[in-house]
Write a protein that binds this ligand. Structure first.
Ligand code: SF4
Length: 323
């Protein structure tokens, strides 16, 4: 079953005039993006800063409205939801953010933090709320006595477990994981990622996983979407895409991140420059000024995203399934 579907979704932002009038214009933060998230599966989104990952997350969370295209949740267009439908959607799509220090109210006890979404969305007795809090703490591997403590009494990894328990409180269908381990010590990142995988196995919850850590995305995801300047440039099965990236941008990203096996001969591809300003994206293929395989055609003609070898790729090097 498809939980969430984005169909050619775009998000435009009008920027205000800068000090010298130079920054005025329209930014296509997300440009015609389509993807699906199935029940119990993880879609990973990768790309450098400014490629549209965060705006995509906000669109999925309903924090931004699409400028174009359609977002559907369990088959229903979000634009057509009535009040009860919007309430159900807000309850069904939760988030865990990067910084477990900033995302938990320091003045509230853990029981209050975890139960807040419950008391807002459901009419439960105090004893039922307490029982659910203890159940959630157990689910994320924290002892029952944690309920009566405050956030400062926990480590970063424990706080992220609390944030995950809070996100799970109302039994969501989809959780947006926005850089959920990047603020944590390297030694505990794997514990949190494995907890998330374990919870998915047990609860069949779906994830939209956004991270700079490509090894983590490859480990967690069933499908990976690679974004560059608001567009999807490659998407497909996570393992296949990470191990044999085809689009030059994907190849550059993953060459720097994967794998660490000593027998692997993969060379690191160093990308020149930074992501261009989305106010003035390059002509043709937006990636052409940095692409090590660009040709003259790439500067004038934008490639379209098309199916190649079981995945989707937007690059002139891959014209059809037979090329
Ligand atoms: Fe590189 Fe050209 Fe492919 Fe763009 S279309 S990724 S510039 S080879």
């Amino acid at each position: 079953m498809i939980v969430l579907e984005a169909d050619r979704v775009g998000k435009l932002f009008e920027t205000k005039r800068g000090l010298f009038g130079s920054d005025r214009g329209t930014v296509r933060a997300v440009d015609g993006v389509s993807f699906q998230i199935a029940a119990g599966k993880t879609v990973g989104v990768v790309g450098e800063s400014g490629c549209g990952k965060t705006t995509t997350a906000k669109l999925v969370l309903g924090l931004e409205e699409p400028s174009s295209g359609t977002m559907k949740f369990e088959g229903k267009d979000l634009k057509t939801l009535d009040r009860a439908g919007r309430r159900y959607y807000r309850k069904s799509v939760q988030a865990v953010f990067q910084d477990p220090y900033a995302s938990l109210n320091p003045r509230m006890r853990i029981s209050g933090i975890i139960s807040e979404p419950l008391t807002t969305n459901e009419d439960l007795s105090a004893s039922a709320v307490r029982a659910r809090v203890l159940e959630l703490l157990d689910l994320v591997g924290l002892p029952a006595r944690s309920a009566d403590l405050f956030p400062h009494e926990f480590s970063g990894g424990q706080r992220q477990r609390i944030a995950i328990a809070r996100a799970l409180a109302v039994s969501p269908k989809l959780i947006v994981l926005d850089e959920p381990v990047s603020a944590l010590d390297v030694s505990i990142r794997a514990q949190i990622l494995n907890l998330l995988i374990d919870l998915q196995d047990r609860l069949a919850v779906s994830y939209l996983f956004i991270a700079h850590d490509l090894a983590a995305v490859a480990h967690m995801s069933h499908t990976i979407i690679v974004m560059y300047l608001g567009k999807i440039v490659e998407s497909g099965n996570a393992q296949a895409l990470a191990m044999t990236p085809m689009h030059p941008y994907t190849a550059a990203l993953f060459s720097a991140a994967l794998p660490n096996h000593p027998d692997d001969k993969r060379e690191e591809i160093v990308l020149a420059g930074e992501v261009p300003s989305p106010l003035r994206p390059p002509s043709g293929c937006h990636f052409h000024p940095r692409c090590p395989r660009a040709t003259a055609r790439c500067g004038v003609e934008a490639p379209t995203l098309r199916p190649i070898g079981g995945r989707m790729i937007a690059c002139h090097l891959f014209e059809s399934d037979t090329s």
